[in-house]
Design a protein around this ligand. Structure first.
Ligand SMILES: [Zn+2]
Length: 465
């Protein structure tokens, strides 16, 4: 597989350090609010990367942190009148609801900053020891200028970064570019005991410490949003490489921005959507489909039209797949001479799909290959009586490829089954209460849905008529 590496600015052949294992670190959310639509993109795209690598036979260790202590967390706790820990628990639970809705799998590990304070302290201690950091009034800062490779990820000299950065003017730092590794606790702030007094970690240090703890000194792929390249990822590299003396991440993948109606998404413009807002209106899966339909590095201009397109694209996928199920129930076992040609065309689509994914996770082209597969399947099954062999081949391939993209996870058959089970349960209760009028009405209602009930010694069974 080829991956565009932000570090070298070119597509490179991906080879993990260990033969069949890949270690991925993804910067996760600060859990002080609902996930917004911009943050949904890396979640979905790097979940897809993980799924694809697993599909190709790799064991993937996927680490994604939760930042559960920083200024935003502290402010939010004050506003809501609860503890920082309460805020973290609440929004981690909300995150999980959204991640499940988007079919983003749980990471192998979801480490939290506050559960890794010991590792963070030993990282900071090592940096002070080797001269890369210094303590001032209970704060600890990284000595940025002393690390000559600083800026290698953003491909800019320190001077340019400095000009573009919003630097806090603080007279206690040796240099304006120095950044905090440890912050002295202000009154009423949560704190941990450290060699530099009571305080809490800066933001960047947690990722260096946790990546090292869970994946080792050098990781295969580090990913995140493009907005994290500077300063967050530059700082992670500086911290990790100055402690370990080894390259930090071998491949850096960054997803592009999301604009809303051609404007940058921001709270002040009032065009700031959470995943929950959009999902409540349109469902979660169109969001996933929309993100997958674009290459992860391209910008996305989010609009209602794009959601509408995603909904109709998904409808085509679901119709095709549900039709296969419907036909399978009555297909003959015989195969036909023409099956081979069709199955060959399906295989071609699969090759096309893989070729796209191998090329820097080009999910946009992979989705196009799926649309062509849908067209091929629809043609193949439009004959009067498609064979079971053909239908099974089509359904298996369609499920396989949709599974790699994490799509089609709301198959109707499941929800219909649940609905039927609920009605049967209701009918049983009516019968137990000798309410035969209701029980007959339910039987008729099910019949209208194409379901016939059979009372057997083992209980009520149902079949599709
Ligand atoms: Zn990070």
């Amino acid at each position: 597989m080829k991956i565009y590496n932000t570090l070298t600015r070119q597509k490179e052949e991906f080879t993990p350090l260990k033969t069949n294992e890949v270690g991925i670190y993804a910067c996760g959310p600060t859990v002080y609010n609902f996930v917004h639509i911009g943050n949904a993109r890396p979640l979905i795209m790097f979940d897809t990367l993980r799924r694809y690598l697993e599909y190709r036979g790799f064991k993937v260790n996927f680490v994604q942190n939760f930042t559960d202590i920083d200024d935003k967390m502290i402010n939010r706790a004050k506003v809501e009148g609860v503890t920082v820990k309460d805020i973290a628990e609440k929004y981690i639970a909300e995150y999980k609801t959204d991640a499940d809705g988007l079919n983003v799998r749980e990471a192998t590990v979801h480490p939290r900053a506050t559960e890794n304070i010991e590792e963070i302290i030993s990282f900071v201690t090592a940096l002070i020891k080797n001269g890369h950091a210094y303590e001032k009034n209970g704060d600890v800062y990284f000595r940025t200028r002393a690390y000559t490779q600083y800026g290698k990820l953003s491909h800019q000299p320190l001077e340019d970064l400095e000009a573009g950065a919003r630097i806090d003017v603080s007279d206690i730092k040796e240099d304006p570019m120095d950044f905090a590794l440890w912050k002295n606790a202000k009154p009423d702030e949560p704190f941990w005991v450290s060699p530099w007094g009571n305080g809490r970690p800066g933001w960047h240090i947690e990722c260096s410490a946790m990546a090292c703890r869970y994946l080792g000194a050098t990781i295969d792929i580090h990913c995140g949003g493009q907005d994290l390249i500077f300063p967050h990822h530059e700082n992670e590299i500086a911290q990790s490489e100055c402690v370990n003396g080894l390259p930090f991440a071998r491949y850096w993948m960054h997803n592009g921005y999301i604009n809303i109606d051609n404007r940058k998404m921001s709270k002040s413009l009032g065009n700031f959507f959470t995943v929950r807002d959009v999902a409540n209106k349109y469902g979660y899966e169109p969001i996933r489909f929309l993100m997958i339909s674009a290459h992860y590095r391209s910008p996305i201009n989010y609009s209602i039209d794009l959601i509408d397109q995603a909904i109709s694209g998904l409808e085509r996928f679901y119709n095709c797949r549900n039709n296969l199920d419907f036909l399978l129930e009555k297909a003959s076992l015989e195969s036909y001479a023409g099956d081979g040609e069709f199955i060959k065309s399906f295989d071609m689509r699969k090759a096309q799909f893989i070729e796209a994914m191998e090329d820097d996770l080009n999910t946009a082209d992979a989705v196009s290959a799926l649309f062509e597969l849908v067209r091929d399947i629809n043609t193949a099954v439009s004959s009067e009586s498609p064979s079971k062999k053909l239908l099974i081949a089509a359904a298996a391939l369609f499920d396989e490829l949709c599974g790699v993209l994490g799509l089609l996870y709301n198959r109707k058959s499941n929800s219909i089954d649940e609905e039927i089970e609920a009605l049967i349960e209701k009918r049983q209760q009516a019968r137990a209460n000798k309410d035969f009028k209701t029980s007959d009405a339910i039987r008729d209602e099910l019949k209208a849905k194409g379901i016939e009930l059979k009372d057997t010694p083992q209980g009520v069974k149902w079949v599709r008529i």
